[in-house]
Design a protein around this ligand. Sequence first.
Ligand code: ADP
Ligand code: MG
Length: 251
Amino acid sequence: MSDNQNFNNNVLIEVKDLHKAFGDHEVLKGINTTISKGEVVAIIGPSGCGKSTFLRSLNMLEVPTSGSVLFEGVDITDKSVDINKTRQKIGMVFQQFNLFPNMTVKENIMLAPVKLQIMGSEDAEAKAEELLARIGLADKAEMYPDQLSGGQKQRIAIARSLAMNPDVMLFDEPTSALDPEMVGEVLSLMKDLAKSGMTMVVVTHEMGFAREVASRVVFINDGTIQEENAPEAFFADPKNPRLKDFLSKVL
Ligand code: ADP
Ligand code: MG
C-alpha cells in the first residue's frame, strides 16, 4: 500500500508525458496513459515507432529523457527508488526467450525466486512444478531448453516470469520469433493468463489476439498514442487516418 493520498487502488501504472530520445532521435514524444489492475492492453503500431522503447520504459530498462512512470503510486523514474524491488513485480517476456541453456527447465523457473531469496529452494521447486503443470509442460521439467520447440521455450519463459508472482506481465512481440504452427499455443497461454486476471501489456502484431483478448488497444505512431479504445470500437471504427492506413495493411 502506498501512503500517497491520491493513490487510486485500481491504478497499477501511470505514465505521464513520457519522452525518450536516443541522441538527436526523439522516439517517444509525450506518452500519457494509465494501466489499471486486470487490464490487458495491446500496443500496436508500425515498426520502429517506439513500442519496445515504451514497454522497456515501464520498468526502466530504458531511462526516460523526461516525464514520469508511477508504479503502484511510486515514481520509479526517481533515482532514489530501488528499481530492482519494482522489477521483481514486473514480469517481462521478449521475442527471444532468453532461457539459460545450461539449466534444466525447472532450474530456469526456480532461479530468480531462489537467487533473490524470495523463496527457499523447496518452495521454488514446488512453484515451478505447479507452473509447469499449469502450462501443460510438467513432463519437460528435467529437459534443457535446446530439447524444446520454440513454442515450448516461450511458454517456459512465461512460466519463469510467473514464478516471481508479478503484479503485471509485459510482453514484447512474444510470438514474432516463432514458427507459425507454434504461435497458437503461446497465445492460448496468454489468453488463459488474461482470464485469470493478470494485468498485461502486450506489444503484438497479432490483431486477432488484440481483438479477442485485450481490454484496450493502443496505437502508437510518431512517438505518441494516437488512438486507444476498446477492441471492438478500435477495429470497427478507427478515427485516426494513420491508424486506418495501418489497419488496412495488417488486417
Ligand atoms: P518498435 O519496437 O516499435 O519497432 P523501438 O522502440 O525498438 O521500435 O525503436 C524505436 C526507434 O528507436 C527506432 O528508430 C530504433 O532504431 C531506435 N532505438 C531503439 N533503441 C535504441 C538504442 N538503444 N539506441 C539508439 N536508437 C534506438
Ligand atoms: Mg519492438
